[in-house]
Design a protein around this ligand. Structure first.
Ligand SMILES: *Cc1c(COP(=O)(O)O)cnc(C)c1O
Length: 366
């Protein structure tokens, strides 16, 4: 077979282990997954009400243009309908952007550590990947500017950043964007936007008008608690949307996911409550780390990347045997760290109890 050279030794994405598999493997009654930054409170109860009596015709194709969801989102975000594009999760948008702009001979700039899908997709297209180390978990925007040259097509800015959780200040972002060449697309991935509580770092939507080379990505997978429904969206100047849209698969959401997303966005009270609970959970994580002298990155998200002073793969395994699925820092490029999704108060307390036991076994805590 005449495969693309780039995909020869490529491995499929390794997601967090599924709960059922871990239950079976270790014969556990209960397993809590704090690995993929899903909302521990699920989704708006309005969605479950809708699903009880959902009368949706699955025999017909969805509206590829997502008109009804588009109208709702344009209203919600106060943007024009032609400034939006929908994806099968924001992963789908990352793939569309990559497919539109990256090919052998061009390069793409991103942070190191950041979200793996940026370089994975770039690798598939055979583009050169330029990774600029983070400083204290934050994008080094001046160094990223230096990495841009005439052959750069796309710059990825993840704010708040996965896996460090660090958010970029709005004024720093503006100063950076003002210096990026106008023919370079900046992807501002805001998968955790709803979790940001510092209002000074939430005013990013006007950027799409100030800088017509910016696309903002958001998703229903994290705070909205709808990772299983696969809806993400991009917000950008209409000229960018118009270029990417032909690359989109014709029916890349489902009929049901359009309905669900509309209900979700109408229930901002649910988001507010989840964000407040997440803040309380974050304080628990910070207190735990402070108590044991473990370094952590200041998180603006629903996860925390923190030091464990032990081998992260071993601690990951031991925690799994004790019923908690987390993310080993090694897999994310942060050996000696764990990335853990902030759970409910009870989940967090139960998790800390198990982690303390594991770290005692490892000789970290005495
Ligand atoms: C989870 C995540 C995504 C992907 O989300 P989907 O919408 O579920 O595809 C994108 N970017 C970042 C930074 C994420 O953490």
């Amino acid at each position: 077979m005449k495969w693309k050279q780039q995909i020869h030794n490529m491995k499929a994405y390794q997601p967090g282990k599924p709960i059922e598999a871990v239950k079976e493997m270790y014969n556990l009654q209960e397993v809590v997954k704090l690995a993929s930054n899903e909302n521990p409170f699920g989704c708006s109860p309005k969605i479950n009400e809708f699903l009880q009596q959902a009368a949706v015709n699955h025999a017909i194709y969805p509206d590829g243009y997502a008109q009804s969801l588009r109208t709702v989102m344009a209203q919600h975000l106060q943007v024009s309908e032609n400034e939006l594009i929908f994806g099968n999760g924001s992963d789908d948008l990352i793939a569309m952007i990559t497919r539109s702009l990256l090919y052998p001979g061009v390069n793409t700039v991103m942070a190191d550590l950041t979200f793996s899908q940026y370089w994975h997709n770039a690798d598939i297209e055979g583009a050169e990947v330029r990774k600029v180390p983070v400083v204290d978990g934050a994008h080094d925007l001046p160094k990223m500017l230096e990495a841009i040259d005439d052959n750069t097509s796309v710059v990825w800015v993840c704010s708040p950043n996965n896996p460090t959780g660090v958010v970029i200040a709005d004024d720093e972002l503006r100063a950076f964007l003002a210096q990026v060449p106008k023919d370079v697309l900046v992807v501002l991935d805001e998968a955790y936007f709803e979790y940001v509580v510092d209002e000074r770092h939430k005013n990013t939507l006007p950027l799409i008008h100030e800088f017509p080379n910016v696309i903002i990505l958001r998703t229903f997978s994290k705070a909205y608690g709808l990772a299983g429904f696969r809806v993400g969206y991009g917000i950008a100047h209409q000229s960018i949307i118009a270029k990417i849209d032909p690359v989109r698969a014709p029916f890349n959401n489902t009929v049901l996911s359009h309905e669900i997303a509309k209900i979700a966005v109408a229930d901002q009270q649910f988001i507010k409550e989840c964000v407040a609970a997440n803040e309380r959970g974050k304080r628990q994580f910070e207190a735990f780390c402070d108590k044991h002298g473990l370094h952590y990155y200041p998180s603006a998200t629903n996860f925390v990347l923190f030091e464990i002073k032990a081998d992260s793969d071993i601690v990951f395994e031991k925690l799994m045997q004790r019923g908690f699925i987390v993310r080993s820092g090694r897999a994310l490029g942060a050996p000696g760290y764990l990335r853990v999704t902030i759970g409910t108060e009870e989940q967090n307390n139960a998790f800390f109890e198990q982690l303390e036991a594991v770290l005692q076994e490892q000789g970290v805590l005495v």
